[in-house]
Design a protein around this ligand. Sequence first.
Ligand code: ADP
Length: 483
Amino acid sequence: MNLQNPGLLRSTNLIDGKWVGADSGATLTVVDPASGERIAEVPRCGAAETRRAIAAADAALPAWRALTARQRGQLLLAWQRLILDHADDLAALITAEGGKPLSEARGEATYGASFVEWFAEEGKRTYGESIPSPNPATRLLVVKQPVGVCAAITPWNFPLAMITRKVAPALAAGCTVVVKPAEATPLTALALAALAEQAGFPAGVLNVVTGDPVAIGGELCASPIVKKLSFTGSTAVGRKLMAQCAPTIKKLSLELGGNAPFIVFDDADVDAAVEGALVAKYRNTGQTCVCANRFLVQAGIYEDFASRFAARAAELKVGAGSEPGVAQGPLINAAGLAKVEAHVADALAKGARVLCGGARHARGGNFYQPTVLADVTRDMQVAREETFGPLAPLFRFEREEEAVAMANDTEFGLAAYFYSRDIGRAWRVGEALEYGMVGINTGLISNEVAPFGGIKQSGVGREGSKYGIEEYLEVKYLCFAVG
Ligand code: ADP
């Protein structure tokens, strides 16, 4: 791979300020999902290396916690600047191991850096309060203190931003961290660690361990030293980790799966809805937890919306993320591709109609055509499960209450979207949707200043915004007797 700064391509882990391999010397192969070719090898670490990383984070904690928020913020800002300065290299790594188009990868680097900048500042604003006492002889104070050693387990679909969204608030709050990146995308994580080292973080403050998820995750969850786990990934794995954290009563932040509805009402601006739908569905080839999974379209504009949306989806250029003009990269792996195929086959067998796509792409490999299906019904698999791929199923509804009931008929509650020009309906539907985030007349909702997170089985806690740093802080109450 050609990087401007070849030092960002790392084949070892950062543990206690040293770059080290696995004890066994074993490695994990990183593959380009567009070509299937091997890109690099990284350490296949397990429990022993993880224990050392946890010990390093624990040893680094007292000095790190004792710095002022401004001192920690200065280091975070140095890291943020390095991320932006090396955004082209980071984007190249993200595209190489994750498959997304380079323009999206570049966007992720900027988006990821924005969390570092935001929390460098927010660290200074972890205010406590004084509480008027019911007793004239006491004074009551509340202070915020760092949780301690934190673990972060991150997914492959945003290999950079999901790390900075956890690590930046943790470090800003005075916590130290052990990160376990996804097996598919460790290179971006290691490049971020190299830039953190360059920024001047002390040894042990940030550690990155790659390898066996079960062994590393098991150690992170079981360790009594680790006080908190922040996880982004599937609901199935989140559920397992939550159980594994129960014996040590760890604090948890979980960003899990979604089943996002995208509702288009008869009174919508259809052109705007089509544009929003393209962004909400096909970003990262449909592989984000906030990607629209179900399109609910009101009967009066159903055919109009369907034909315009399908025409635009069919124009999306499919190819390797590194090729110019590509809007749709490959699926991450064969399992990702198989899930899209299964959902399409199930829908077609039960009477859905193909408006565009509907099959693997002629390029072969992990490529699938951007697909729009009409006449989708609630008995089909796509109604219940997150496809995590470039499939847009269009359901039909008649009345507003019916749309809201369909939208809420899922155990998930991450993101929802709807298009309407009726202000009363916008309030009603916005309030009635059982989701942590609602996009109203927009398909793009994520930024560093707003609280990202889900309700129901989509997770626990919020990331980004002023709420994001609270996840890494404990509330301590001090009661002073004044004599
Ligand atoms: P996805 O479907 O997006 O790959 P996963 O939930 O499988 O989501 O993966 C998200 C993260 O969880 C990855 O870093 C992966 O390695 C990790 N992971 C998967 N299984 C386990 C496990 N049993 N214990 C700890 N981490 C795991």
